[in-house]
Each structure stands twice: as C-alpha cells, then as structure tokens.
Design a protein around this ligand. Structure first.
Ligand SMILES: Nc1ncnc2c1ncn2[C@@H]1O[C@H](COP(=O)(O)OP(=O)(O)OP(=O)(O)O)[C@@H](O)[C@H]1O
Length: 231
C-alpha cells in the first residue's frame, strides 16, 4: 500500500493536498488540467519536491524524508531520458551501477532486461541511433533493472505516434503485471488511462483526489475535466 497521509505540497503560491491510499499492484492514471499539479504530485512521491506537511508511506514505512534513490520507485520520463552518446547496454547498466563497472552477473541482468523489452542484440548500439519506440523500450529495461516495486511515468511515450504508444503502454502493463508493480502514470490522454484499465487520480483545484475506477470516471467526467478533455 502506498499512502499519502495528509500531504501538503506548497510551491510559491501553488499548493496541492493529497490524502488517500493506493493499493499495491494498482494501475493508476493521474489526470487533470494543465498546471493542476500532476507532475508535482509524482515529483513529491519521488523525492524531487519536498512535502510541506503530512507523510508518505510505502508498506507502512515512512518514506517522506528518504533520498530519491532510497525510495521504492523507478521513473520513466516523457523523453525516455537516455544519454545519447552511451550505448543501449550502458544506458540500462546505469540503473544497476552509476559507475558502470558491472560484474558478469550484472551484464547478464542487463541482457535479460533488454531481451524482455525486445531489444536483444541492441547492446552496443548508441542511444542516439535508436528509433523513438526503441528508446522507450530502453527506458522500460532500465526500470526492470532498478527492481523497484513502484513505477512512476510522467506522460510516457508522448513523443510516439498513437499506434506505437498503444504498443508501448501494452508492454509496460505486461511488465508491471508480471512483476506485481504499482503503477502511477500521468497522462493527458483519456485513451491512455482507459488502456491502463485501473483507477484514476483526478488532480484539480489544489487537490489530488483518491483514485476511482477509470472507466466510469471517464464515462461521466467532472466539469473541470470535461473542459480540458474537449467535451
Ligand atoms: N519550482 C516551482 N516553484 C513554484 N511553482 C512551481 C514550481 N514548479 C511548478 N510550479 C507550479 O506548480 C503548479 C503545478 O505544476 P505541475 O507541473 O505539477 O502541473 P501539471 O498538472 O503536471 O501540468 P501539465 O499538465 O501542464 O504538465 C503550476 O502552477 C506551476 O506553475
């Protein structure tokens, strides 16, 4: 269980509150108007933005003050965040050891993660020479290597075309289910949220609301979201 316990985040004159649990293994979309605080919520969870009050628990342990690297989550960013001049294996290996001095067994783990995302044989390719879809696969392989129970995605695969995005989301969900990961994913697209087929946190008017089942929520979205979704 991931618990936001009376969390308040204040950044200048912006503030956001969150007070709800997320079941372990849940597939959660985070949706809401631009500037509402979706990224801020996930950044606070990841430890990049301090919380002003309240606490965040994972499996009963208070992680509110833990350093980002010590938190139980791995992130996938919009642009995959790869180092273009490093190889695929090096980009993934960074998830194991920032020094990249990997032991034989760690090289094996890198190869296994690449195989899982369909990139066997791409180890020596420079990240700069990958297609957008391949870059997304590397980002997922890196998450696999980090071996954390929570996967946080901030508008993942946004740079990809619709068909490829559906494919990458499907792969992400498959991997999350295999590993029993808890997923929190910011998205602007209700189709992404429906594909995740779990629950949705609405972030609007300074509040991150408790997750509710995504299908019924999007079938009858609240006014604040209807305007944003375009009708
Ligand atoms: N470092 C900061 N200092 C002060 N205010 C900030 C800072 N970073 C973000 N904000 C403000 O916090 C609010 C929430 O921003 P956030 O990026 O979390 O929104 P979002 O819902 O993810 O938006 P979008 O959908 O446009 O990406 C915005 O009003 C933004 O201007």
């Amino acid at each position: 269980m991931l618990t936001f316990d009376k969390v308040e985040i204040v950044q200048g004159d912006f503030s956001l509150s969150a007070d709800f649990p997320v079941e372990a293994g849940a597939m959660v979309s985070v949706i809401g108007p631009s500037g509402a605080g979706k990224s801020t919520l996930l950044s606070a969870l990841a430890g990049f933005v301090p919380i002003t009050s309240g606490r965040i628990f994972w499996q009963g342990v208070d992680i509110s003050r833990a350093a980002p690297a010590g938190r139980p989550l791995a992130m996938v960013f919009q642009d995959s965040n790869l180092f273009p001049h490093l190889t695929v294996a090096q980009n993934v290996g960074l998830g194991v050891k920032p020094s990249l001095k990997l032991a034989a067994q760690e090289h094996t783990r890198v190869a296994e993660a690449l195989a899982r995302v369909g990139l066997s044989g791409f180890e020596a390719r420079k990240a700069a020479a990958l297609s957008g879809g391949q870059q997304s696969r590397v980002a997922l392989a890196r998450v696999l290597l980090r071996d954390k129970p929570v996967m946080v995605l901030d508008e993942p695969f946004a740079a990809l075309g619709p068909a490829l995005r559906v494919e990458m989301l499907a792969l992400m969900v498959e991997i999350a289910e295999e590993r029993g990961l808890t997923v929190l994913m910011v998205t602007h697209d209700p189709k992404d949220a429906r594909q995740l087929n779990g629950s949705t946190i609405l972030v609007a008017d300074g509040i991150a609301h408790a997750p509710v089942p995504t299908g019924p929520f999007l079938d009858a979205p609240p006014d604040v979201l209807r305007a944003y979704l375009g009708g």
